[in-house]
Design a protein around this ligand. Structure first.
Ligand SMILES: [Zn+2]
Ligand SMILES: [Zn+2]
Length: 249
């Protein structure tokens, strides 16, 4: 792509008020590129908190993760995910799996773990669903979320984290962020989320996608928010945006 084409492509995204993004250097956690009106203002980020809830559970259960049955009740996929383990539950963002997992962790447990990733924890009296990103009670700033994923990537070989990373790898190949697979020359790690809209006027929700790239040797963390869509569609936007942003460097 010529430099002119790269500039034009980024300008198209920048002119689209529906999309916000920030690109971090995965190692330094510094901002490489950003188009986000208020990246320090906490917003609900939906299932982007699930990896940290999983690590919390793992730390209380010797890093062993259960297999649960998702019948579709309490899950966005009404036909159900069937028997599902942690990696697939992350890849397909199974709410039923995480609702059962979250029954075995407390807000204080989650707070202690996410603090090590630079995140604010949920309030001590929050309900179980808040612990895996439902609703809007647990709010995180886009910058702290992107930096927490950079920290997650740096710890990818640690027990518990490795299982989460495997789920993110699956997400970017066959899961809710599968749009990335054909958009990039190598594998990526990803997580998607859908949250209550944080804009005015309100839409039904906002879609989020976080992408760590390259998956084997992370150099970039991209966080994308798209107004009025679900997380899967935000991943499609990330799949178009990331090659442009990375290629521009
Ligand atoms: Zn499910
Ligand atoms: Zn919105």
């Amino acid at each position: 792509m010529t430099r002119f084409a790269v500039v034009c492509a980024v300008a198209v995204f920048a002119a689209n008020a529906q999309t916000s993004y920030l690109l971090l250097d995965a190692t330094r956690k510094t901002v490489i590129a950003i188009d986000w009106r208020a990246p320090d203002v906490p917003v609900p980020v939906g299932s982007l908190v699930k990896p940290f809830t999983a690590i919390t559970y793992g730390q209380r259960h010797r890093m062993r993760f259960p297999v649960y049955e998702c019948t579709g009740e309490n899950c966005w996929l009404k036909t159900g995910h069937g028997r599902i383990g942690l990696a697939a539950a992350i890849a397909h963002s199974c709410n039923s799996y995480f609702r059962q997992l979250a029954a075995d962790v407390s807000p204080a447990d989650v707070w202690a773990v996410v603090d090590r990733f630079g995140l604010r924890g949920p309030s001590a009296d929050c309900d179980r669903d808040t612990l895996f990103g439902m609703g809007s009670a647990w709010r995180l700033s886009p910058l702290e979320v992107a930096r927490a994923y950079a920290e997650l990537a740096s710890r990818r070989a640690e027990p518990g984290v490795a299982e989460v990373i495997e789920g993110m790898r699956l997400s970017a190949s066959v899961g809710t962020a599968a749009a990335l697979r054909s958009a990039l020359p190598g594998p990526a790690l990803a997580k998607t989320g859908t949250a209550p809209c944080s804009h005015s006027p309100r839409a039904a929700g906002d879609g989020y996608a976080v992408v760590v790239y390259p998956g084997d040797s992370p150099r970039y963390v991209l966080l994308v928010q798209v107004h009025g869509v679900v997380g899967r569609q935000a991943a499609e936007t990330a799949a178009r945006l990331l090659p442009v942003l990375v290629g521009a460097r």
